[in-house]
Design a protein around this ligand. Structure first.
Ligand code: NAD
Ligand code: ZN
Length: 359
């Protein structure tokens, strides 16, 4: 399946399906014909799990750099090491970067491509469920010790090639994490889809074909939003549903302990509680959603590891925070997101309500 993304700066397609790597890459012959070198950036886990399949199906010669896994690849040190590698390989402005991995590799490789010689082309080859979100839309970044994703650029890939065979080696934790972003896409766009997810099988046990459909649906939701607002001036903010509180949990726990999507799921429940107050979400729905998330093994116990005061430190670091007020994406009803400023005192009240619901 091909899903076009018509971003203001550049249009490209997301090709998604099982076993499509070889054909989808071949169909990009114009891009590869122009490239004097192809550099594959990946991480140690992805390469260990998927090297054989990648080498058997990738139809071009390439140089590979295998980076440390997870957030470690988004450090300044690793960014520097990758740029050094490109320079040593004598890459030019015509060289092509392939981001082969999850969101971390994609964010790093995209930022490398955005900045090497002021910008060279790159292709996203996502390998996680979460990356159905991160690989589309052109947000690239590395982390600063003072904040995650603080140094980055909007820089669109020339294509996204999403072969769902890569997902077969993901751990349950990573499947659960990625599915939270799928559920987020459902919540901001489509009440019927949310029903289907809530009534469906465990997120870690979805049949392959259904999973591929959900990923395509999620990519479509993201593409529609990015087409309207590439640089997050308006509707792109909706994609941050669950992320304000979620990022605070993720950061407080220490990156990697609670996976990004696991933290987002916690943030989604928090936003539903806030949406009862500012929107028309009813409490029965919030409780049902929480029950679904708990049944699916999302780690809500993490909330009790921190006081609200501890979380506040991280909440205030949010890129959208402003003088004692936080900006949240909330839901009027399922499928109808809006942006709302909320006073910190009120955030604390909802936090208390949330904790009571969890005991
Ligand atoms: P990740 O890239 O760290 O991957 C998670 C783990 O799974 C890593 O240990 C990785 O090595 C491993 N892995 C990846 N693919 C695998 C496979 N096929 N088989 C076995 N193991 C595999 O994390 P992620 O969850 O994909 O993405 C999280 C990152 O994405 C964060 O850095 C977050 O900030 C970023 N993100 C970016 C955007 C965006 O719009 N740019 C959106 C959401 C998240
Ligand atoms: Zn996210």
């Amino acid at each position: 399946m091909r899903i076009p993304v018509r971003a203001a700066s550049h249009s490209y397609a997301v090709t998604i399906g099982k076993g499509i790597l070889n054909e989808a890459v071949k169909s990009l012959h114009d891009v590869f014909a122009k490239a004097d070198k192809v550099i594959v950036l990946t991480d140690e886990n992805v390469w260990a799990a998927q090297q054989d399949y990648f080498e058997a199906n990738f139809p071009h010669a390439f140089q590979v750099m295998v980076m440390p896994a997870g957030e470690t690849c988004k450090t300044f040190d690793n960014y520097n090491a990758v740029q050094t590698f490109l320079l040593e390989q004598k890459c030019t402005r015509k060289s092509l970067v392939i981001a082969f991995g999850g969101g971390a590799v994609g964010d790093l490789a995209g930022f490398v491509a955005a900045t090497y010689m002021r910008g060279i082309p790159f292709i996203q080859v996502p390998t996680t469920i979460l990356a159905h979100d991160s690989a589309v839309g052109g947000k690239t970044a590395i982390n600063h010790v003072l904040g995650k994703n603080m140094i980055g650029a909007f820089y669109q890939p020339v294509a996204v090639v999403y072969d769902t065979n890569f997902l077969l080696t993901l751990s349950e934790k990573e499947v659960r994490s990625g599915m939270a972003e799928v559920i987020k896409h459902a919540l901001i766009s489509d009440a019927q889809w949310v029903e289907e997810l809530l009534e469906g099988e465990y997120v870690t046990e979805l049949p392959e074909e259904l999973m591929a459909n959900y990923l395509a649906h999620g990519v479509q939701v993201k593409a529609n939003i990015v087409e309207q607002d590439e640089t997050e001036q308006s509707v792109r903010k909706f994609l941050n549903l669950g992320h304000t509180y979620g990022h605070a949990i993720e950061a407080a726990a220490g990156y990697g302990r609670v996976a990004h999507g696991e933290a987002v799921m916690i943030g989604l429940v928090y936003c539903l509680l806030l949406s009862e107050r500012y929107g028309k979400i009813n409490h029965a729905f919030t409780k049902r959603f929480l029950h679904f998330a708990e049944e699916n093994g999302y780690p809500f116990a993490a909330v009790h590891d921190f006081t609200f005061e501890q979380l506040t430190e991280y909440l205030m670091k949010d890129k959208k925070a402003d003088y004692g007020q936080l900006q949240f994406v909330l839901l009027e009803t399922i499928g109808k997101p809006f942006v709302q400023k909320v006073e910190l005192m009120e955030c604390k009240e909802i936090d208390e309500q949330f904790r009571q619901l969890l005991v």
